[in-house]
Design a protein around this ligand. Structure first.
Ligand code: CP
Ligand code: NVA
Length: 302
């Protein structure tokens, strides 16, 4: 049987994604929603990090323990991957020893290669192209504060990065309107916009961030310099007009939510007043990584 990989939201259908969210919400409420209180008893997850992490590492590791399983962290530079062992060979070996692989890496092709050669589930814990686990926590957070996300207006402000790509996938699968406000030079690729258009996604590009935020139910941003980006000065210059501050939030619906996957760079993409303000749900969002991760692991590994 083909392993149940969690690689990207657009590769799963809406029912599967909703099922994962139902599991996650159950775990948040302390329910044993699948397979008793230790559904992953005796199972081992290899967590490979080729980039730094706080939330993802802690949520997977704690989540795995809470589900009765065992997390095993491999830092890229301390494993043979870091010395050039191929992904395919690593995948073959891990498939003989563990029950799932979680990978945080740079090139997305490394993730797809891992999935191709693994006979066990592979979970995308962030690549240069996408961050689907974070989106499950984001959708969960928006829905627990504002009810069903279908039909809501979400405005993405800032860099057209991996998180923006996953928001495009999520908007299309969960049926919300997504407005993208990014500088031309940092806009998401046409190919992902074409995919969304073909799938009937309601995605628009609104260059002016204030116009994009007008009447929005949710505003989301992310760091202006992602892991692996090197052009700091150019990014600051291009992105300064896209800061989420009180002026921008004033354009939104009165009770609009502010989300950020974190880590935040206070004073750059978001001001303290917004991040610590009444519209911000970033700490719930961070907590929900734990519950969402448990839903994803149970869905893929049970
Ligand atoms: N949001 C997120 O993925 O955080 P970490 O980089 O700390 O894992
Ligand atoms: N876009 C950011 C997300 C961090 C969780 C990065 O890739 O560094």
């Amino acid at each position: 049987m083909k392993p149940k990989h969690f690689l990207d939201l657009h590769l799963l259908d809406g029912d599967e994604l909703r099922h994962i969210l139902d599991l996650a919400n159950g775990y948040k409420r302390g329910l044993n929603v699948a397979g008793g209180d230790k559904p992953l008893d005796g199972k081992c997850l290899a967590m490979i990090f080729e980039k730094p992490s706080t939330r993802t590492r802690v949520s997977f590791e704690v989540g795995m323990v809470q589900l009765g399983g065992h997390p095993l962290v491999l830092m890229g530079e301390n494993s043979q991957l870091g010395r050039g062992e191929t992904i395919a060979d690593t995948a073959r070996v891990l498939s003989r020893m563990v029950d799932g692989v979680m990978l945080r890496t740079d090139a997305h092709e490394k993730l797809t290669e891992m999935a191709e050669y693994c006979t066990i589930p592979v979970i995308n814990a962030l690549t240069d192209d996408s961050h689907p686990c974070q989106l499950m926590a984001d959708i969960m957070t928006i829905e627990e504060h504002r009810g069903p996300i279908a039909g809501k207006v979400v405005t993405w402000v800032g860099d057209g990065n991996n998180m923006a790509n996953s928001y495009i996938h999520a908007a299309t699968r969960f049926g919300f309107e997504l407005r993208l406000s990014c500088p031309d030079e940092l806009m998401v690729k046409d190919s992902i916009l074409d995919w969304a258009a073909n799938e009937g996604g309601n995605i628009s590009i609104v260059k002016d961030p204030k116009l994009a935020a007008s009447g929005a139910d949710v505003v989301v941003t992310d760091t202006w310099v992602s892991m692996g980006d090197s052009d700091y000065d150019r990014r600051m210059e291009l992105l300064t007009p896209y800061q989420v501050n009180e002026g921008l939030m004033a354009q939104c619906a009165n009770d609009a939510l502010f989300l950020h996957c974190l880590p935040a760079h206070r004073g750059e993409e978001v001001t303290d007043a917004v991040l610590d303000g009444p519209n911000s749900v970033v700490w719930d969002e961070a907590e929900n990584r734990l519950h969402a991760q448990k839903g994803i692991m149970v869905w893929s590994m049970m």
